[in-house]
Every structure is written in structure tokens, then in C-alpha cells.
Design a protein around this ligand. Structure first.
Ligand SMILES: [Zn+2]
Length: 453
């Protein structure tokens, strides 16, 4: 029996009318497009898109959004922003982390994401010692995901050094730090915690080539036989220079030469690549995890989008620092950065006449699902019943469906989102999460307490 009958739904072959979807155990069990839409099932007056995966997030950073937009004494860069971030997280308790994450995840669902990849590196107490339960913070992240209803791929980050060549950690980094042995204990504990919440996926996230040595990276990758592997790579020009000086190769070049990058891998940012790296990463089957709003906020640089896409490269999008949690906004910024760099329009497309909005949305759905190892990204049998339903009464959807994805990505964005359904559960109505008042109230108290410190 169908659970929902959508007026319109964006299926892999395109828009269809009167789409009846049956749901079993949170998954899509059957689809009947143009069938007996008058039969059983709840009629949804709207245009359903598959839910998008947010493949890269540091949820606690949502609490410092707006706190780093004041000019410092010298040139402000990623590295001065990082100092603000280290000061901020020096005060966070596990309760704070859970409250901030729940708020960020709720905003993600309202903003068009139905799952998140939490690149989780805030592991220990403020003095750098593990909590009594080494997985305390991981448990808080899982609890926040449960409170919001978002799908979670938890990526415990392995962070060992303060910089290239095994440099000692900085004081601001002590809450992140583990050696290989302790990281494996943390990973085991995280798996046990995640196993209590069905549908939670666990991978690993070696932080970056500056935070782990080649030997340690080999050890943690070898020990993780399955699951996603995420790593920050080539976000900053200085990181590329340092990597060349110490490892004799650029970050993406070094990873390609030293690991069999494949579908399990997701290289976060991959901003600074030369032509050979761009071609090779595109051919590898790995996903580039692009975070366009954060990359713009931090002044990181612009991803080589057109050659990467032309080479068959896979990408997904992430909200990273969570300054503005907005699925359509990320896709719009991605394309607009390309336009500014290329001084051209509709850059991230492959053929004449193609809709840029559809291309961006489809690629991000597929890349996000792959990078988080989650059965989503399409309205199709066997995928999770995740839907972002656009308001059919929005005036920008009054015309031809051929333009609807462009209207969503480039014009209306989250304003158009009416309902969000995750695993068959209706979590958002008229753009608001059902638990908004409770989750926002708890978050407001944390913001007020941190401001008073
Ligand atoms: Zn990141």
C-alpha cells in the first residue's frame, strides 16, 4: 500500500506526475508513477526531490558562526580563523556539543539535507585527557542525530600532529589528539555506540596530511577494512607548499601515489589541484567533498570544477563550518564561484541545453550517497524514503517542470521547502522542524552561556 502519493516527483528519468511510493522499514519498497494516484496513501501536494547528503560537517562550529567576522590586526586568513575556532572549542562541554549539533542537524533537515557526515575530531576533555568513556563525544553526536532525525555517517577523525613532519600538537589541538593505538580504541568504542542506533554508518577520517604522518595514515587505513575514508586535502595554498617541502609531492598527488583511492575515499575540498591531479582524481572513483560556502567564507580558493566534471569526476557537497546551512545555497555558490573564475555562465554542465540545477543536484545526490555509504540520493526502489518536498504553490514553480531544479537552486532555495521526510518520517512541515522549539531553546541557552564566559 502506498504511503505517499506525490503530485510530482523527480525520478532518475525525470519529473513524473502522481507518483505513489510505498515505504517499508524506512525504505522505498515500490513506486508507481502515473498509476492509481487516487488510491490509498497520503496525497502530498508538492514536488518531491530525493534528500541530499551533507557529506562534510563539523557540527560544533555552528556555535561560532558569526564570531569570526571581525577584522584582526594583520591579514585575516584560514589560519587566523582557526585560532578563533580553537579558543571557542576550549570552553565546550559534552552537553554543549550535543545541543549545538542537534541545532545544526535540525537546520540541515529544514535546509534540504536528510543525512550528514560528521567529521568528528573534538574527542577529549579540555585538558586533552579522554573522558571516562573515550566515546563520550561520539555518543553526544549520535544523540543529536537521533533528536533531529537526520541520518548519520560518523567519521571519527584521527589527528596526531600539529603540522607536517610529525610536529608536536599546539595547545589548541589537544582535544583532538590520539596516537594510532588510542585511535583504534576510540574507533571500536564509536562502532559500539553507533550500533545501538540502526542506520548509523561509521567510517574513518584521518584529518589531513598535516595532522598525520604517512606511517600513521597507512596504519589506520589498513585497519579499517570497510566504510568510508575521508581526509581534508589541498584546502590551502600554504598546505600545498608545506606538503611539497616535506613529502615531495602536492597533497592530492601524494595521496594518489600512495593509496589506491577508490569509491571508499572522499577528499574534502581538493581545492588546489593541477591538471594532472584533477584528471587522476576524476578517474579514481573517489568523491571530491566540496564545501562551497565555507570555502568562500575562509577564502580558500576555487575548485577546478569544469575539467573535473568533464573527466567524469564525482562530487558531493558539505556544509563544513555550518555558517549557512542550506543545500541549494551550497550548489548555487559552487556554480557561481566557477562563473567568477571562468567569466562564463552554466559552467558545471556537460552538454548544450542541459539544466545546471539538475546537473548539480543529481551529481551531489550520487556523490554524497557514495561518500557517506548511505542508500539514498534517488527516488528509487531500495533507497531510503528521504524526500525534500517543494511547495507546489510557490509562484516560481508555476511553470514548466524542466526549470524547477534551476528555480530551487538559483532562485528560491530553502524558502521553497515545504516538507522534509526522512526514512518515511515527516519531520518538517511548512519549512519548520517538528522539534524546533525544544532544540532551539537548548541551543539558545548554550550560546548565551558561552557569550558570558
Ligand atoms: Zn572540514
Amino acid at each position: 500500500m502506498p504511503a505517499f502519493v506525490f503530485d510530482h516527483a523527480w525520478l532518475p528519468q525525470g519529473w513524473a506526475r502522481d507518483v505513489a511510493v510505498s515505504v517499508e522499514g524506512g525504505m522505498i519498497a515500490a513506486i508507481d508513477a502515473g498509476g492509481d494516484a487516487g488510491g490509498a496513501g497520503e496525497r502530498i501536494h508538492g514536488a518531491a526531490l530525493p534528500g541530499l547528503a551533507n557529506l562534510h560537517c563539523h557540527s560544533f562550529q555552528r556555535g561560532m558562526a558569526g564570531l569570526s567576522e571581525r577584522r584582526g590586526p594583520g591579514d585575516d586568513t584560514f589560519w587566523t580563523w582557526r585560532e578563533v575556532m580553537y579558543r571557542f572549542l576550549g570552553a565546550l562541554t559534552p552537553d554543549d556539543v550535543e545541543a549545538i549539533a542537534a541545532f545544526a542537524y535540525m537546520e540541515m533537515i529544514e535546509g534540504g539535507f536528510t543525512s550528514v557526515g560528521e567529521f568528528h575530531y573534538l574527542h577529549h576533555d579540555v585538558d586533552g585527557r579522554p573522558y571516562g568513556d573515550i566515546g563520550e563525544m561520539a555518543a553526544r553526536v549520535v544523540a543529536a542525530a537521533v533528536a533531529s532525525g537526520i541520518g548519520l555517517t560518523l567519521l571519527p577523525s584521527f589527528y596526531a600532529n600539529g603540522g607536517f613532519a610529525g610536529a608536536a600538537p599546539l595547545p589548541g589541538q589537544r582535544r583532538f589528539i590520539n596516537d594510532v593505538e588510542r585511535f583504534h580504541r576510540l574507533l571500536e568504542r564509536t562502532r559500539a555506540i553507533a550500533a545501538r542506533t540502526p542506520g548509523t554508518v561509521v567510517g574513518i577520517a584521518p584529518h589531513s596530511l598535516r595532522a598525520v604522518t604517512p606511517e600513521a595514515l597507512r596504519a589506520v587505513v589498513a585497519a579499517a577494512a570497510t566504510g568510508p575514508i575521508h581526509i581534508h586535502a589541498a584546502e590551502q595554498a600554504r598546505e600545498v607548499d608545506d606538503c611539497l617541502a616535506v613529502l615531495g609531492a602536492r597533497p592530492v598527488e601524494w595521496l594518489l601515489a600512495n593509496f589506491a583511492l577508490d569509491r571508499r575515499w572522499c577528499l574534502i575540498h581538493a581545492t588546489h589541484m593541477n591538471e594532472a591531479e584533477t584528471r587522476a582524481l576524476a578517474a579514481s572513483g573517489a568523491v571530491a567533498g566540496l564545501c562551497p560556502l565555507t570555502e568562500a567564507s575562509l577564502g580558500d580558493g576555487i575548485f577546478p570544477g569544469a575539467p573535473y566534471l568533464a573527466g567524469g569526476g564525482r562530487f558531493g557537497i558539505g556544509t563544513d563550518s555550518n555558517i549557512d546551512i542550506h543545500a541549494a545555497g551550497e550548489l548555487r555558490q559552487l556554480e557561481y564561484s566557477q562563473r567568477l573564475a571562468a567569466r562564463a555562465r552554466n559552467v558545471l554542465t556537460l552538454r548544450e541545453g542541459e539544466s545546471t540545477g539538475e546537473r548539480l543536484y543529481a551529481q551531489a545526490c550520487a556523490g554524497g550517497a557514495q561518500a557517506l555509504a548511505r542508500p539514498q540520493g534517488a527516488i528509487a526502489v531500495g533507497r531510503r524514503a528521504d524526500f525534500v518536498v517543494l511547495d507546489r504553490d510557490d509562484p516560481d514553480l508555476a511553470g514548466d517542470p524542466a526549470h524547477w531544479l534551476d528555480a530551487y537552486v538559483f532562485v528560491g532555495g530553502r524558502r521553497m521547502i515545504d516538507k522534509v521526510i526522512v526514512g518515511g518520517e515527516r519531520l518538517v512541515e511548512r519549512g519548520r522542524h517538528a522539534a524546533r522549539a525544544r532544540i532551539a531553546g537548548r541551543y539558545r541557552a548554550v550560546v548565551a552561556r558561552l557569550a558570558a564566559l
